[in-house]
Design a protein around this ligand. Structure first.
Ligand code: ADP
Ligand code: MG
Length: 430
């Protein structure tokens, strides 16, 4: 029996194969040529007035096909409203059903019952989008976006109804979780404790929240640095191929450390992205006090844009230091917890809304009530304690070794992994 190799070595077979490929390519080209929407003029779109036609041409859209390819944001830049753009695209779908019957229009604020073009535009200017509107508390929509509580609730119900209501079955839910990708720590021992076969997870999962707490020099910032690199690794090599955001409250962020880690991972994986590009894909902000930290968190939605598609990771290192320093003394504890709580809930919403992995670090303090074992506990009390999906405790071990212990996670037991910090970054160890 001929093997596949032999078949290909047979010149007759080879000719036949390449002929088939040629024919396929030709027919694809022919199909592209046959798309009448690339040949047609804008005037062929029913309902398109001369003014809109001029505006579209000004933006480089000359044919119905180009109108279908543009994004709604681009068309809005050209001076048309989004609802107008959608109406025109509907006309194109009706005019050229053979080409566009599968076309799926972007969902935007205008699609929600009760939101007209003016409200949609005003909300968008404040950084609002359909996903964020669904998850922002009504009180905040009232205070920061000028909506009445009534309409805010009406819009939120409408968004949820459009997705089939609040409830989904657990199988659908599991499949959704499986669809959400994960990326490597760049250290096998850490990846292996964060491997959940059932959910297709290996490493850090998009859309989930992580807290790394531990004492000074336990490796919190080192892990954060490395994740900013690994999130950028292409998916086929274990990353997400996405950018990172680093909010630094302690001034310990180091681009040269990033370069060292990037060089190691590039060599190990055969990944050929220039280090300059890797650095350029990390957006950095230094928060000098807690107000600034909160302000930066509010600005994130502008950086993330409408869908945050470009980004895979948000780091806040450390999330608690300013709060701990500024709200000293028992008297201000309640106020501190309230402010920290608001800040954390915004970070959680970002993970949820944009599908970003959010990683925060936290310090530990001596717990005078504990006499045995490790007399340290994380800062931030219950508020911090209930925030992250995965809480991890880091501690120093012998030499360069460190231990990460999963402290509290809904899907992982209390397991430990050993890692090392060297010149090359955060490495696996046993
Ligand atoms: P923290 O938990 O306080 O954020 P870090 O993550 O910054 O601590 O870890 C600091 C430790 O990382 C240092 O004490 C050192 O052991 C190690 N480290 C940092 N940079 C390097 C390097 N270039 N080479 C080797 N080890 C390093
Ligand atoms: Mg640190």
């Amino acid at each position: 029996m001929a093997t596949e190799m032999e078949e290909l070595e047979n010149p007759e077979e080879e000719n036949k194969a390449s002929k088939e490929i040629d024919e396929e390519l030709e027919s694809e080209e022919a199909m592209a040529d046959e798309n009448p929407a690339t040949e047609a003029k804008l005037q062929d779109i029913p309902g398109l007035g001369p003014k809109s036609a001029e505006q579209l041409k000004g933006g480089g859209v000359e044919t119905p096909a180009q109108l279908m390819e543009a994004s709604l944001a681009d068309i809005e830049e050209m001076g048309l409203s989004r609802s107008m753009a959608k109406r025109l695209r509907e006309s194109v779908v009706n005019e050229f059903p053979d080409q566009y019957s599968d076309f799926v229009e972007e969902k935007t604020l205008e699609d929600i019952d009760g939101i007209g073009p003016t409200t949609a535009k005003a909300l968008r200017e404040k950084g609002m989008n359909i996903r964020l509107l669904e998850t922002t508390p009504v009180k905040e929509l009232e205070e920061s976006y000028g909506l009445t509580a009534n309409s805010a609730m009406k819009y939120q119900t409408a968004i949820s109804d459009a997705q089939g209501g609040y409830f989904i079955d657990a199988l659908t839910f599991r499949n959704k979780q499986r669809d959400s990708p994960s990326f490597t720590f760049g250290a096998e021992s850490l990846d292996s404790i964060f491997t959940i076969e059932e959910m297709g997870t290996k490493g850090v999962k998009a859309g989930e929240t992580y807290e790394f707490f531990g004492s000074f020099r336990s490796g919190k910032s080192q892990i954060c640095h490395q994740l900013c690199v690994t999130v950028q690794i292409p998916p086929e090599l274990g990353g997400l191929g996405k950018k990172a955001i680093y909010i630094d409250t302690e001034g310990t962020f180091s681009p040269s450390r990033i370069s060292q880690m990037a060089n190691r991972l590039k060599a190990e994986l055969g990944w050929d992205k220039p280090v300059e590009d890797i650095l350029q894909n990390i957006m950095y902000a230094r928060a000098k006090n807690s107000d600034m930290q909160i302000g930066i968190a509010h600005k994130l939605k502008e950086l993330l844009g409408e869908d945050g598609e470009e980004y895979g990771l948000l780091i806040v290192d450390s999330v608690s230091a300013h709060f701990r320093a500024e709200y000293a003394g028992r008297g201000s504890l309640a106020e501190r917890q309230q402010t920290l709580n608001n800040h954390l809930s915004i970070l959680g919403r970002i993970a949820d809304t944009y599908g970003l992995a959010v990683v925060v670090t936290n310090q530990v303090q001596a717990n005078p009530a504990q006499f045995f074992g490790d007399p340290t506990q994380a800062v931030g009390g219950n508020i911090m304690g209930h925030w992250a999906t995965h809480r991890c405790y880091l501690r120093k071990s012998k030499g360069e070794k460190r231990v990460l212990k999963v402290y509290d996670s809904p899907v992982i037991g209390e397991v430990e992994a050993v890692f090392e910090i060297t010149e090359e970054g955060v490495l696996t160890s046993d």
